[in-house]
Design a protein around this ligand. Structure first.
Ligand SMILES: Nc1ncnc2c1ncn2[C@@H]1O[C@H](COP(=O)(O)OP(=O)(O)OP(=O)(O)O)[C@@H](O)[C@H]1O
Length: 278
């Protein structure tokens, strides 16, 4: 049985249809990337998958059970949401934000136990941010905040991570480190469903790619197969070459920019370091 199934889900805001009979499934330990242009319905789909929005028709199943009918605390113990932009009004310590992950496991009035704190510190150590634990969350960088939210998700004990553009706002180094963390955690059995505006990131760390255009799935399958020049054109209406690079990675090269004068004065050549994959 699939871990999560999106079964012919349709959803709209005040009668404007946004998701139209969306259908795909997610297996345990998979990294699934949702690709689609702005406004295609990716964030809406994530919120339906989290049980925050009830579909107008169709359903989202977690191990065969409709997410919408599960108590929110039970969903929170299984699924962690890492939102796109995260700001807190109050100046919590990074440690306090990470500890919030324990809330779904606690009664209404509670104090965090030593074991909760131990879990939070272990999650921060895993992500190399333990040194930030006493810093105000509002004063650490965007990348560090994103890592704190992932530590919170780990502390939550969830095995499914739903992430909305997780590398948004991160510098290049932090983007790569975050992708590596996702790949490592997936190797340990965690499941990731994430949106991205970078087809390359989908190629680098995803097992599966689901492409969404106008609220409809236009392609779904193995990341390497689905992230093709044809599908990227159908999705974004711009020509992108998908090519093999050294080390087994594939890269995307925008055709519209290819052949322009490089800032060094040399021309960028088609076959400079890549060979066309297809
Ligand atoms: N709360 C809302 N109320 C009304 N319409 C909304 C709401 N949230 C999103 N929409 C609309 O639903 C459509 C899909 O939005 P959504 O945020 O799901 O797209 P997206 O693919 O995540 O976009 P982006 O890549 O720009 O983040 C858009 O037309 C958007 O304007």
């Amino acid at each position: 049985m699939s871990l999560m199934t999106v079964d012919h889900v349709s959803y709209g805001y005040s009668r404007k249809p946004v998701l139209r009979s969306v259908r795909f499934s997610v297996n345990r330990g998979e990294v699934v990337s949702l690709l689609g242009p702005n406004g295609s319905g990716k964030t809406t789909l994530l919120k339906v998958m989290l049980g925050l929005y009830r579909p107008e028709s169709g359903q989202v199943l977690l191990e065969g059970r409709p997410v919408c009918d599960m108590p929110p605390r039970e969903v929170a113990r299984r699924i962690a949401y890492v939102p796109q932009v995260h700001r807190l009004a109050f100046s919590y310590r990074v440690m306090d934000v990470v500890l919030m992950g324990r809330m779904p496991h606690k009664p209404f009035f509670f104090r965090y136990s030593g074991k909760d704190e131990e879990m939070a510190v272990r999650a921060m150590e895993r992500l190399s941010i333990a040194h930030l634990k006493d810093r105000p969350y509002t004063e650490v960088s965007g990348g560090e905040r994103q890592l704190a939210l992932i530590a919170r998700a780990l502390t939550q004990g969830a095995d499914i991570f739903i992430m909305d553009e997780p590398v948004n706002g991160l510098d290049y180094g932090n983007q790569i480190r975050l992708l590596k963390q996702i790949a490592d955690l997936a190797g340990n059995g965690y499941t990731f469903i994430k949106t991205t505006h970078f087809p390359e990131h989908a190629l680098w760390v995803s097992d599966r790619v689901v492409m969404l255009r106008d609220g409809q799935v236009i392609a779904d399958g193995d990341a390497g197969t689905v992230t093709s020049e044809q599908n990227l054109y159908r999705l974004y209406n711009t020509r992108v070459g998908v090519m093999d690079a050294a080390g087994g990675l594939r890269v995307c090269v925008p055709r519209a920019l290819q052949g322009r004068e490089a800032f060094s004065g040399e021309r960028i050549q088609d076959d400079y370091c890549y060979r066309a994959a297809s």
